[in-house]
Design a protein around this ligand. Structure first.
Ligand SMILES: *Cc1c(COP(=O)(O)O)cnc(C)c1O
Length: 355
């Protein structure tokens, strides 16, 4: 158990209009911080007023991107209680990220306690309008001032919180996706399976290119042959072909999403076959032509489920399900959001109450 020191903000910011929150625009009054020093371990956990942090310009995070992050949400239920969705999975994933980029691990129970405590302090910031939530961003940065390349000897673990609105302001509508065949996101042996900022820096050029062409997201192909589908922007992706579901395996190059994992568990519970396999983009385009590509959707904490209405690969365009949200896509969305906002019974035991 962490002994978290409370040094809370004396002033309270004005709360934003819950009907116009958008994503990552507002931050709560306080934040969680904990330091790491080699030889001493993680120490001084505290909740302090939300504020700028001061770092030496030589701090290693700025130069060599030794940094990790997570993303999860706190939801307000109809009876006014607040709950998290599988926070232990985020904590475990952060540990796997840290192993890969030589950051000391944060114990799972300390991660969960830090998140829960901050949410509890910021209770009033958890919005209650439909589909709104308090987005939590735990992250760790390397803080040692040193220009030689090596793992830092000091770090900061922080959690900040941001009230967010429904991801799609006009309701859930299918998105258009551009299949990237020039740049790659991840290669075997690299960092594709972890949540680190560097992966995102490398993805921006494709994102800009896709936007310029009128597509909202990029679908990444494997980094070796540029042949097999991997994932989308900040989401995993599923294809329903001829009654079966396919999604890329998470070994090595694909981020193991908590939403992905939860969808697989639900689909299997509902009796569907889910294949975690490498599937070639040409086979997906062919399935679309043959009328067998029934549904496509992305999964991630921010959007929950995002139906895909169009895929563009080179000069070919596949329209999916007449650009309408598929039945199972909708059912997954309704079930996951139902559990998250406490509207349906959580018989999977996925939610954790915050008191
Ligand atoms: C965070 C993330 C996801 C989705 O993971 P969830 O745990 O479902 O939010 C998918 N792909 C990438 C690259 C990510 O960073």
């Amino acid at each position: 158990m962490l002994n978290i020191k409370m040094d809370l903000s004396k002033t309270k910011k004005e709360k934003p209009d819950e009907k116009n929150l958008s994503f990552g625009k507002y931050y709560t009054d306080n934040m969680f911080i904990m330091d790491y020093t080699e030889g001493k371990g993680w120490h001084d956990p505290r909740i302090v007023p939300y504020q700028n942090i001061s770092l030496d310009p030589a701090a290693m995070v700025f130069h060599y991107a030794q940094e990790s992050f997570e993303g999860l949400k706190a939801y307000k239920t109809a009876d006014g209680s607040i709950q998290l969705f599988r926070p232990d999975k985020n904590a475990e994933r952060m540990q796997s990220t840290h192993k890969r980029i030589c950051i000391p691990e944060v114990p799972v129970e300390d991660f969960v306690q830090a998140v829960k405590t901050l949410v509890s302090v910021e209770k009033d910031w958890v919005p209650s309008e439909p589909e709104t939530s308090l987005y939590l961003r735990p992250f760790v940065i390397a803080t040692e001032a040193h220009l030689g390349v090596k793992p830092s000897s000091t770090y900061m673990f922080m959690v900040i919180a941001s009230p967010v609105g429904a991801y799609y302001e006009e309701g859930m509508n299918p998105v258009k996706i551009f299949v990237e065949d020039e740049y790659v996101r991840a290669t075997p042996g690299g960092t594709g399976f972890i949540k680190c900022g560097g992966n995102y820096a490398a993805s921006l050029a494709s994102q800009v290119k896709a936007h310029d062409l009128g597509y909202s997201q990029v679908l990444w192909l494997d980094g070796v042959e540029r042949k097999y589908v991997e994932e989308v922007g900040s989401m995993n992706i599923f294809f329903k072909i001829d009654g079966k579901f396919y999604t890329a395996p998470t070994s090595g190059t694909v981020l193991p999403g908590v939403t992905r994992m939860s969808c697989i568990e639900l689909l299997k519970k509902w009796g569907y076959e889910v294949k975690e396999e490498h599937i070639a983009i040409v086979d997906i385009m062919k399935a679309a032509k043959d009328g067998k590509l029934e549904e496509v959707f992305g999964t991630g904490t921010a959007a929950v489920i995002s139906p895909v209405g169009e895929l563009r690969y080179e000069d070919e365009i596949a329209r999916i399900n007449d650009f309408k949200t598929g039945d199972i896509t909708q059912k997954l969305y309704d079930t996951l959001t139902g559990i998250q906002w406490g509207k349906i019974k959580d018989d999977m035991n996925w939610t954790v109450k915050v008191d």
